[in-house]
Ligand binder design. Sequence first.
Ligand code: TRP
Length: 374
Amino acid sequence: MDDFVLTPWESRGRIDYNRLVERFGLRPMDGPMKGRLREAAGQDHYMVRRGVFFAHRDLDMILESHRSGDGFFVYTGRGPSGQTHIGHLVPWVFARWLQERFGVRVYFQLTDDEKFYHSSTLTLEDTARLAEENARDFAALGFDPLKTHIIRDTVDMGALYPLAARVAKRITLSTARAAFGFGNDTNIGMVFYTALQSAPCLLEEGPVLIPLGVDQDPHFRLTRDVAPLLGHPKPALIHNIMAPGLGGPDSKMSAADPNSAIYTTDEPAAINRKIKRHAFSGGRADIDEHRRLGGDTAVDVSYQYLRMFFEPDDAILEGIRDGYESGRMLTGELKQELIERVTGFMEAHRARREDVDLGEFWFDHDEYKGRMRR
Ligand code: TRP
């Protein structure tokens, strides 16, 4: 019996990723697949190497399309329910790497409608404002403005609607219920919404690769069933694990609890305080015991953040792991390693974030139509 729940709108219990691969019918990112991606990209990515991206669907098809010269495009997105935290950045940083390595076009969807439908408190004005905040964080990661298009559902509905309509017609209520667990009290915005998340897959003729948190997979299972009926290749996916909340491996980052996550808008003092006070530790009860038994990196959130995001260098990460597990390094020292890296990253990120000219990134319907006619 599974004791965890993971849907686009709910996460409960400790996720067993092996079970998830079975339950969702994903392909694991195994050694040969990692090798093929590395070879095609001409470079390794630490998030792939370390299993942060742990599963895929049809990644082989994407690499084949690239090899044959047909190419592909990249799509990912964000539901603007709050400021951006570290967990959100994982697929975005990877999308940026894909753009750099493969020279591909990237579409980023901000689903202000989705988060309005889903929330009991956020107004449509709130989610639209948060969409702009999140767009800044995305653009600040260094995307090429000429090849990157940020879509806002409520602004760009004109471009999305014909695509969403074709999808919506082919998804029945009972299919949507089975995929998402909707009930009779679910508002009909939520029921239609999945067609909107599918729409960007159809923006171009060629195949799309979608880096995403694995919780978003159910949407694209539906898209994958529908796309061939519309004469499109099935969207390919590469899935990352969910970053744990500061509270520990079973916790999640929640907008309702500011101490559960580190946000890109946090000041250095807040970063310092959150990590020192709230980052779950794999250390022992007292120093003697810690020196004797060593810390547990599998549950230590500071270590996991270094592994997932903040320390790309394997040799340095290995040094930290060894120091902590052997008991030479104490929890306070491990936390200090994370604090330095997060503070450094956020300082540079925030400078870029202020400088971003979002005008260069907003989806432009006329530019898009012109490009598609060619
Ligand atoms: N529903 C996603 C969220 O809540 C946002 C999203 C839209 C998305 N399109 C996507 C995420 C494509 C990943 C890939 O965050």
